[in-house]
Design a protein around this ligand. Structure first.
Ligand SMILES: *Cc1c(COP(=O)(O)O)cnc(C)c1O
Length: 401
């Protein structure tokens, strides 16, 4: 893979006609070390946020040993890239054949579930040819929790209600070697309190069921930084989660897990796009709703942007973007702040696209092909820089406080 100092160098060298994804392995490695060193338990990487095999290698080399996968294709992908990794199949609704292949071919032992039907399916799909039940299953019951503190809700689709959780926990305990309880507070949780509330629900569920628990998995939801979304330091999340976990009646005998997706990979990618047309304060660019800017279009996410044009002096203005397809929905409201003199042919760097950005690209309408290069400069923002003001201290992984 070609390597450049930064986005401007890429533009000077390539004048690219198509968008270019920039990889920053140093940023992903720093995020991974932060979690493996500071989270008071085990950190799994949630692969759906960005399944790039290059990224998987970076995370593995930085100490991430466990991977949260949600489909048989993700199981195969991670097993191929990282033969030694521990895979946890954390989608609560899985095809029986996917469970069987994961268990029998790829060595997966950890599965999540939120219903008696799924429990029966897992038990059947992992039994031996003579019907002997598997004795080494690690099963995590997913609780429904509130998403009220998160930018993107995950509260309606999965998770068993507290009122019904006791029976499912007891039934799961009967067949599981390890019993876990897991939840997801929603993505980009803007306060650590989201986890406290959810852990209180875990307490109620295990007290009600009177079962011993081997894993408490607080899921994903750890934030990154975007314009208008500056979360508190991640250490605050870790402190609060650690204390809430310690106060559970099962903490002496159980492991604490988390499953960050976004927080581990948001800083890994940015993208160079080109302005093809300007109409007032609307810029027609060559990536959009069907590309890496899916969230910018569909949920109004504001990614940071920077002009790569070599002019200076213009004051700042705000813009909306249109993507390249013929669909009116290929529109990103922003507002995105750029110099007032943007013109067709200018290149723009869009930052913080490592999570749910690079992974979302489609080929709709003949667009979507992209170059990929590596760069060594800092991401546009970082939760992991010791001193956010001074980029020269960029390899400093110490506390933000
Ligand atoms: C998507 C997902 C994650 C990762 O969520 P982030 O908000 O990206 O941290 C973790 N666990 C499960 C079960 C998920 O579905």
């Amino acid at each position: 893979m070609h390597h450049y100092p930064d986005a401007s160098a890429v533009v000077r060298a390539l004048s690219p006609d198509e968008p270019v994804i920039l990889n920053r392995p140093h940023a992903a490695a720093r995020a991974a070390r932060f979690f493996t060193e500071k989270f008071p338990g085990k950190s799994l990487y949630a692969v759906k946020a960005n399944p790039s095999p290059d990224l998987l290698q970076v995370l593995w080399a930085s100490g991430v040993t466990h991977y949260d996968v949600a489909s048989i294709a993700e199981v195969r992908l991670v097993r191929e890239a990282l033969p030694q990794a521990v895979l946890c199949f954390m989608h609560p609704v899985k095809p029986a054949n996917a469970i069987a292949e994961a268990y029998k071919v790829h060595g997966v032992r950890t599965f999540s579930l939120d219903s008696h039907e799924e429990l029966a399916k897992i038990v059947k799909a992992t039994a031996g040819d003579d019907g002997t039940p598997a004795a080494d299953l690690r099963l995590c019951v997913r609780l429904r929790v509130s998403s009220e503190y998160s930018e993107l809700s995950l509260a309606s689709k999965f998770g068993i209600d507290l009122a019904d959780a006791g029976e499912l926990l007891q039934a799961t305990r009967q067949v599981a070697d390890w019993l876990g309880v897991c939840f997801h507070v929603g993505s980009q949780a803007m306060t650590p309190f989201a986890y406290v509330q959810a852990i209180e629900r875990v307490r109620a569920a295990i007290v009600d069921a009177a079962v011993t628990v081997d894993i408490v998995d607080v899921g994903g939801g750890f934030p990154s930084i975007y314009p208008g979304m500056e979360p508190p330091p991640l250490e605050d999340y870790f402190d609060v989660i650690g204390r809430a976990f310690e106060s559970l009646p099962v903490s002496y005998s159980s492991e604490l897990w988390c499953e960050p997706g976004r927080a581990l990979c948001a800083e890994y990618n940015s993208m160079i796009v080109r302005v093809e047309k300007r109409r007032g304060d609307e810029l027609y660019i060559n990536d959009g709703a069907y590309g890496a800017l899916y969230d910018a279009a569909h949920v109004g996410w504001r990614f940071p942007v920077k002009s790569l044009a070599e002019r200076s002096g213009a004051e700042e203005s705000t813009y909306a973007f249109y993507g390249p397809t013929c669909d009116d929905a290929d529109y990103m409201e922003g507002p995105f702040a750029l110099p007032s003199d943007v013109q067709p042919g200018d290149y723009i760097e869009v930052g913080m696209l490592g999570a749910y950005g690079a992974a979302m690209k489609t080929r709709f309408n003949g667009f979507g092909s992209t170059g990929v290069v590596e760069v060594s400069d800092e991401p546009m923002s970082s939760l992991y820089r010791g001193d956010r003001q001074d980029p020269r201290k960029s390899d400093n992984v110490v506390s933000l406080r």
